[in-house]
Design a protein around this ligand. Structure first.
Ligand code: ADP
Ligand code: MN
Ligand code: MN
Ligand code: MN
Length: 350
């Protein structure tokens, strides 16, 4: 029996890339291979030479169609040379992950998002606003919770697809939700996050609802949507002086704060205002248990003096390929710089 492979890729939309997919019918013994698409319709090519290449990078069972059907996440390559397309942010992450493989970075990303029905957040009144934020976060009941059936269908689909979904919760703003992927390596976490995003959009579609990663979907006294990025290295987890590595990781992120914030998702100034559980986008800080800091060290990590830290700055609409690459690069380069320093001094003495 032939089966369906849904080829999924990330387009060239600006300032925030969107997801696209199309279906290939394959013979029962046929593996999904290279395919192509019309890049002139996705802001990835001009009309004269419009072909772009889809290269499968991550596959899983298709939990929507079931059976032998598959989801096939692809990276986009340039035709002819097979070099990464400029919109392909995955290739650079693969290189960085390889360069710093010995640090064994793990990532756990908390993806927040908001359901919309037409122009309004799901369940919001036709006129005016719902009651002010308080009971919605991890709430229960039809007056506080909107879209739980979609969230359940999505988390079941992620499990059936074999993704490392870690949990879900209702968020502070009504119609806003979160799911987490991880902890796993940077490439795995990012591939799975894109796959989980596609499943979210696709499943919400069947309910006549859209899921948006807009970082500030409603202006005013309503929480924005982020993508807190938790990470650790073999040093922060296992070293005898893990606590000093945690401190060095925070300081390294502070030194590169401007670079990180500029690449943590479009519209980050609208969300990182210093209110609604955020630190101001232009003022770096870190601290144990501090939800008003750029980087939070979870309380249990503060007690154990080892574990992971949480970068609270990334927007919901961030690209995990970019964010996990920057964090891996900044933190691992800083760790290696201090490792190398004593050797250099010894060499200079000779
Ligand atoms: P919060 O209290 O910030 O809402 P969550 O429970 O939503 O925290 O998310 C915490 C995330 O941290 C999870 O996605 C989990 O995968 C991740 N995590 C746990 N341990 C580690 C670790 N050692 N390294 C990296 N990420 C981790
Ligand atoms: Mn969370
Ligand atoms: Mn959250
Ligand atoms: Mn968090």
């Amino acid at each position: 029996m032939p089966y369906k492979a849904e080829y999924i890729w990330i387009d060239g939309a600006e300032p925030t890339q969107k997801m696209r997919s199309k279906t290939k019918i394959l013979a029962d013994n046929e593996q999904p291979g290279i395919w192509g698409f019309d890049g002139s319709s996705t802001n990835q090519a001009g009309g004269e030479s419009s072909d772009c290449v889809l290269n499968p990078v991550f596959m899983c069972p298709d939990p929507i169609r079931g059976g032998a059907n598959k989801l096939v996440l692809c990276e986009v390559l340039l035709p002819g040379t097979n070099k990464p397309h400029p919109t392909n942010k995955r290739a650079a992450l693969v290189a960085t992950a390889k360069k710093y493989a010995k640090h064994d970075t793990w990532f756990g990303i908390e993806q927040e998002y908001t359901f919309f029905e037409g122009i309004r957040p799901l369940g919001w009144p036709d006129n005016g606003f719902p009651a002010p934020q308080f009971g919605y976060y991890c709430g229960v009941g039809a007056d506080e919770i909107f879209g739980r059936e979609i969230v359940e269908a999505h988390s079941d689909a992620c499990i059936a697809a074999g993704l490392m979904i870690a949990g879900t919760n209702a968020e502070v703003m009504p119609a806003q939700w979160e799911f987490q992927i991880g902890p796993i390596g940077p490439v795995e976490c990012s591939d799975q996050m894109w796959m989980a995003r596609w499943l979210l959009y696709r499943i919400a579609e069947d309910f006549g609802v859209t899921a948006t990663l807009n970082p500030k979907p409603v202006a005013g006294d309503w929480n924005g949507a982020g993508a807190h990025t938790n990470f650790s290295t073999t040093e922060t987890r296992d070293a005898a002086d893990a606590w000093s590595y945690i401190d060095r990781a925070c300081k390294a992120l502070g030194e590169k704060a401007a670079l990180h914030v500029a690449n943590y998702g479009d519209g980050i100034e609208r969300r990182l205002t210093g209110r609604h559980e955020t630190a101001p986008w232009n003022k770096f800080s870190y601290g144990v248990s501090n939800r008003a800091a750029s980087i939070r060290i979870p309380w249990q990590v503060g007690v154990a003096k080892r574990g992971y830290i949480e970068d609270r700055r990334p927007n919901a609409n961030m690209d995990p390929y970019v964010v996990t690459r920057l964090i891996t690069d900044t933190v691992c380069a800083a760790f290696e710089a201090t490792e190398k320093a004593p050797a250099k001094r010894a060499a200079a003495k000779k």
